[in-house]
Design a protein around this ligand. Structure first.
Ligand code: DX5
Ligand code: ZN
Length: 220
């Protein structure tokens, strides 16, 4: 599987996104992780389509990996497509019919992905993975950047790797939350291939942080 780093813009400085993106989105960084929060599925509110449209203008070539922490996300697929999303992840806990939501994302011509919270077992994803381009394992409780990784979540990644092999599927597996340079080796050992990093990228020396991630992940 291709190794992909997805800096999470939630931890960027919203007063100068363009400057932060210039430092973070170096050659080798293909995805930008975009956290949409509605104040209902999660307590926090982040941003929506008007901001994402601006991000798309700043980064015409990045893959915008939109993580919808939103109740009934299917309501918004067309809006997020219009503002430039390439991948939409929905939470299985937030949709009455996650399969229909994933199919609607796919019919809109986007990549579809299903995310699970730390408490949600992999078994909930099993009926959905044949249609998923990606699955997201939340390794913190969704809603905030800068939390510590819950190590048990790495076992769920291992389960998803075995399932992928057993079923002959090819979905990407993304980990979201608490990944730092200090736990990156352990995270990579789980078999995950898409790494979201927010505070570990945008805290401090952004360009230096990204270089270290790319080196550790052997992305050139
Ligand atoms: C949390 C978000 C994450 C967050 C990760 O709800 O989904 O994408 O930005 O931030 P860090 O890497 O700081 O845990
Ligand atoms: Zn996220």
């Amino acid at each position: 599987m291709e190794m992909i780093l997805a800096p999470s813009m939630l931890s960027a400085n919203f007063a100068h996104l363009e400057e932060d993106f210039r430092l973070a989105m170096q050659p080798g960084v293909k995805y930008l992780h975009v956290d949409v929060m509605d104040g209902a599925f999660v307590p926090n509110i982040s941003f929506g389509p008007p901001v994402i449209s601006c991000v798309r203008r700043i980064l015409p070539d990045a893959v915008l990996d939109v993580h919808m922490m939103v109740q009934e996300p299917a309501r918004y697929i067309e809006d997020y497509k219009a503002c430039g999303a390439d991948i939409i992840s929905i939470h299985v806990e937030a949709a009455k019919d996650p399969k229909a939501a994933l199919e609607a994302i796919r019919s809109a011509g986007l990549k579809c992905s299903a995310a699970i919270n730390p408490e949600t077992p992999v078994s909930v994803l099993e009926p959905l993975i044949p249609i998923c381009d990606m699955v997201v394992v939340m390794s913190v409780h969704p809603g905030y950047g800068g939390q510590s990784l819950i190590p048990e979540c790495l076992d769920k990644i291992r389960e998803l790797v075995s399932l992928r092999e057993k079923l002959g599927l090819s979905y990407d597996i993304e980990i979201d939350g608490g990944v730092k340079l200090s736990n990156l080796d352990e995270v990579l050992d789980s078999g995950v291939n898409v790494i979201v990093a927010g505070s570990a990228v945008f805290g401090g020396d952004i360009a230096g942080n990204v270089k270290s991630f790319l080196e550790h992940m052997e992305i050139r």
